[in-house]
Design a protein around this ligand. Structure first.
Ligand code: GLP
Length: 242
């Protein structure tokens, strides 16, 4: 794992966007894996700036999101579809048909899981996957558990994730209790992984991750350490140096 230490969130976001730009420069038809949550917001802002200034072009890019809540329509303001559209897609020159997010409101969720994995595969796989981390060590929505899924799967959210994510909903009761998520195996298939960790609330999990010398389903992020091309960008708040 390559570790880049950023002074603060702003620097972390700029470094992440720069690394994405470098990949786009080499491969304009990049298959880019995207994450949601608070952490990538600054990176997306920076990508929008670079796109508006003509430094990067999304016209040939395909995007694949990690996860979506079960039961939320794509128009629901707390859905990840809505997040991606309002935070990033509508501000850049990406083609709508090139953006992919697992459907959380379809009748046949198991079919959707299989279809999502095979769609990514047929597109040639993900070149660069952006990742955040849950305070309990989850990656996408793969929650701590003995078994971790190879492919896209339906997961039950833990009370701690429901609590963490309730800030994106009006009331905690509105947070869905399950989600459709790329599996740890699907994530490890990406050619490059870029893990972003920022903020004091991530101190404990950052410390646990950096001190690990084994992998365990109880800390899903530990599987990322098996990847040959993992870059971690972490800010000083998350490292506990501020
Ligand atoms: C959610 C998402 C994850 C994300 C995590 C951390 O649960 N499913 O993909 O990494 O939250 O979010 P934040 O960046 O807001 O801390």
């Amino acid at each position: 794992m390559k570790v880049i230490i950023a002074e603060d969130y702003d620097e972390l976001s700029k470094i992440a966007a720069q690394l994405i730009k470098e990949e786009l420069d080499v491969k304009p038809a990049l298959n880019l894996g995207l994450a949601t949550g608070g952490t990538p917001l600054g990176t997306y802002k920076e990508l929008i700036r670079l796109n508006k200034e003509g430094e990067i072009d999304f016209s040939q890019v395909k995007t694949f999101n990690l996860d979506e809540y079960v039961g939320l329509d794509s128009k629901h303001p707390s859905s990840y579809s809505y997040y991606m559209e309002s935070i990033l897609f509508r501000h850049i020159n990406i083609k709508e048909e090139n953006t992919h997010i697992p459907k959380g409101n379809t009748k046949n969720l198991e079919e959707e899981c299989k279809a999502y994995d095979s769609y990514i595969e047929r597109a040639g796989g993900i070149d660069l996957q952006i990742l955040g981390i849950g305070s309990n060590g989850h990656i996408a929505f793969n929650e701590p558990a003995d078994q971790q899924s190879l492919g896209t799967t339906i997961v039950n959210l833990t009370p701690s994730t429901i609590k963490d994510n309730s800030r994106f909903f009006e009331r905690i009761e509105e947070v869905p209790t399950s989600a459709i998520s790329m599996g740890i195996g699907s994530i490890l298939k990406a050619r490059k992984l870029l893990l972003l960790i920022s903020g004091k609330s991530k101190r404990e999990i950052t410390k646990r991750l950096l001190e690990l010398d084994y992998v365990t389903g109880q800390l899903p992020a530990s599987f990322l350490l098996l990847h040959q091309d993992l870059t971690l960008i972490v800010d000083r708040d998350a490292l506990g140096e501020n």
